[in-house]
Design a binder for this molecule. Structure first.
Ligand code: 13P
Ligand code: SF4
Length: 352
């Protein structure tokens, strides 16, 4: 990275002292991670954000929904800042408040809404989290989806899983032992979600038709090719990957799980990782010294472009502005949305 920018970031950071707390998601660039006070997956960061009440500014190096969640979970006097407002998430954008309200009407008309518990992935807007809280549901992340689904099936007979169909399907089939036939796919762009009343009544899992544009690109061919190229390789993927990819992998888990698995891996072992490229590269460099060979599962897959929007120039601009007393790029969820979204997030944090 540019040494001048590094020096400016350090100076602004030092001037702010304890007033600022910098969170960095594992998918962030190395140049940004270097300045993070804590790093983590979205579950860990949600907890970490709430654990620093004395910091006036929470600078969230991640994407928009994560900054919203941090705002919901932190005190009113704490300000959450996203260094680039264009750092969104294409998956979160695949479920809007209007579409989800319409879906609930469809479930109501089919006579099943009372049996349905919504479970929403962290990767969703504050509006969707509020919808979830209002209808008795919980949020989940990729590290607690199994616990969240088990909890939800204690509350009702069916789950509406938003917005990542893959995490929903993979968790239901892999962890809860359901069959693919227990799941139906609700398409928000089609009348009645493209489903008949019978299909809705017969389903246990109603999956929203959303996906991650990065993880969705790993394929069964990626897995077969790497196994051929590197005999004895362990394939480890994130549960946002398609079901066929997850079914063909050796291990599946959140970003935090992936890091722990590699820490525990024996020397000389070989790994192909199916998750965001910034993290895979960082892990490959870190573990090369321990003689662990780590490759990216499919070289044709790119970085998450929105995660990558947070770069060193944006971080410098953010820290220097805050150090001058100028509040920029604040992410603030309105009170009404916040109260219901908080309910859903707190249900997640209380999961056994
Ligand atoms: P986790 O951090 O929960 O593993 O999620 C990955 C992700 O896609 C975040 O956007
Ligand atoms: Fe969204 Fe996928 Fe990027 Fe995560 S990796 S922020 S789910 S687009």
């Amino acid at each position: 990275s540019d040494p001048d920018l590094v020096a400016r970031a350090r100076a602004a950071r030092a001037k702010l002292g304890d007033k600022v707390f910098i969170l960095g998601h594992h998918y962030q660039r190395d140049e940004v991670i270097e300045f993070a006070d804590v790093t983590g997956d979205s579950f860990k960061l949600a907890k970490d954000a709430a654990a620093k009440p004395e910091a006036e500014y929470i600078v969230f190096c991640g994407v928009h929904f994560m900054a919203e969640s941090a705002d919901i979970l932190t005190g009113d006097d704490q300000k959450v800042v996203l260094p680039d407002l264009a750092a969104g998430c294409s998956m979160a954008d695949m479920a809007t408040a209007e579409q989800v309200a319409e879906c609930w009407d469809v479930l109501t008309e089919a006579g099943i809404a009372e049996q349905v518990v919504p479970v929403s992935y962290m990767n969703s807007s504050a509006d969707i989290k509020a919808f979830t809280g209002k209808h008795g549901g919980t949020i989940c992340t990729s590290s607690n989806a199994e616990r969240a689904l088990n909890w939800a099936f204690e509350q009702g007979e069916k789950v509406l899983f938003l917005p990542d169909q893959h995490l929903g399907r993979n968790t239901a089939v892999r962890e809860l032992g359901m069959s693919l036939d227990d799941c139906v796919l609700y398409n928000p762009h089609k009348p009645n979600g493209g489903l008949t009343v019978e299909q809705l009544r017969g389903a246990k899992m109603i999956l929203w038709r959303g996906h991650c544009s990065v993880h969705g690109r790993f394929s069964l061919d990626s897995v077969n090719d790497v196994r051929e190229r590197i005999p004895g390789v362990n394939v480890l993927v994130h549960p946002e990957c398609k079901h066929e990819v997850v079914a063909a992998a050796d291990y599946v888990g959140s970003t935090e799980y992936i890091i722990k698995a590699l820490e525990a891996a024996p020397r000389g072992s070989k790994w192909a990782i199916g998750t965001e490229l910034n993290l895979v590269r960082r892990l490959a460099n870190r573990f090369a010294a321990e003689d662990k060979e780590i490759v990216f599962l499919d070289k044709t897959v790119c970085f998450c472009s929105t995660m990558n929007r947070i770069d060193l120039p944006h971080l410098v601009w953010t820290l220097e502005s805050l150090a001058e007393g100028k509040l920029i790029n604040q992410i603030q969820v309105d009170k009404e949305t916040e109260s219901f979204a908080k309910l859903a997030l707190e249900r997640m944090l209380a999961l056994p």
